[in-house]
Design a protein around this ligand. Structure first.
Ligand SMILES: [Zn+2]
Length: 325
């Protein structure tokens, strides 16, 4: 309950305020009558400033909306080019690969993930290379797999591929007692400038994060195309890598031309390279089909020919024909 004396005090205060207010208002009215022209002038200026403020505020809100719209558009565009996902199926194995599409509109292919095709006709851009590098794991830190050439830096590989690579190396060393397998460059952010094996940045299979050049230390450090023929033990890798999801990415029979002068990639699936040390993870299902020549009369297939045979890639020489966007 409000006490009576408080009530009275409130009424008195209100009355006094009213008197004071009416006194002020009288003074203002008196001033206006006395200085009418000045007051009209001040009023006009006040209205002009008010209008100006309203216009400026409206404009700034509109430009804010526009920039938000364009930012949103850019974001949507970025999402559409980086997060388009696809499901590709090999007609026989039911293989399904889904992965973020890191390709921009000018560099694209129909496949990514373990069946990603990167070669001089199917190139990736620097955004892809940077993004891919950030997804890889350190083979030495995780599995103790050593890189034989310190100039190549830390060997980095896709997590799933790394696990299979470790199993493969362990099996190789168990079945070939006394032999030690090390890497000679796995992920690479740049191309190479080494004679006939030169591949420009963007077109190297090493950008995929699924590839390692492998060497048996017993044979020394020489990456020689004749390695396979010279060292029968090495053939174990060629014969068995598919069990671990890896393939010989550039088998001699798919080089086109001769071993020393391979031809360029062509529509039939030649690779233009011979690298008996270059092993690429594609997953066990695809590796099995490639190594057993499911689409090549029982003979070792090339990744290019395999992807074309399974309908994943429709045109091996014109990547624009296979772009999704
Ligand atoms: Zn290589």
């Amino acid at each position: 309950m409000v006490k009576p004396q408080h009530h009275r005090m409130a009424i008195s205060l209100a009355f006094l305020s009213y008197l004071h207010y009416t006194k002020i208002m009288r003074k203002i009215r008196f001033f206006i009558r006395k200085h009418l022209v000045i007051c009209i002038f001040l009023g006009i200026i006040f209205l002009a400033i008010l209008t100006l403020i309203i216009v400026l505020v409206t404009l700034s809100i509109q430009s804010g909306n526009t920039s938000t719209d364009s930012t949103q558009e850019e974001q949507i565009k970025a999402i559409s080019t980086t997060e388009i996902t696809t499901s590709q199926k090999s007609p026989t194995s039911g293989l399904s690969v889904t992965m973020s599409n890191p390709y921009n509109s000018s560099n694209c292919t129909t496949a990514w993930g373990p069946l990603m095709l990167i070669n001089p006709n199917f190139t990736v851009d620097t955004n892809f290379i940077t993004q891919r590098q950030s997804e890889l794991i350190d083979l030495t830190a995780t599995y103790g797999i050593k890189e034989g050439n310190s100039g190549n830096g830390t060997p980095m590989l896709d997590r799933e591929a790394a696990e299979h690579l470790n199993d493969m190396i362990q099996a190789y060393q168990t079945e070939n007692p006394g032999h030690t397998m090390t890497t000679r460059s796995c992920f690479r952010a740049r191309g190479t400038t080494c004679g006939r094996l030169c591949v420009a940045t963007g077109g190297s299979d090493h950008h995929s994060g699924y590839t390692c050049d492998l060497v048996d230390d017993t044979y020394g450090d020489d990456l020689d195309p004749d390695l396979l023929a010279q060292h029968p033990d090495w053939q174990w890798l060629y014969r068995n890598s598919y069990r671990f999801g890896f393939i010989d990415r550039f088998p001699e029979e798919w080089a086109g031309g001769t071993m020393n002068e391979p031809a360029n990639i062509n529509a039939e699936g030649t690779t233009g390279l011979v690298e008996t040390w270059h092993y690429r993870y594609v997953g066990i299902d695809a590796a099995t089909e490639i190594a057993t020549g499911k689409y090549n009369d029982g003979k070792y297939d090339s990744l290019e020919h395999y992807l074309k045979s399974t309908g994943v890639i429709t045109n091996l020489t014109d990547m624009k024909a296979t772009c999704l966007n």
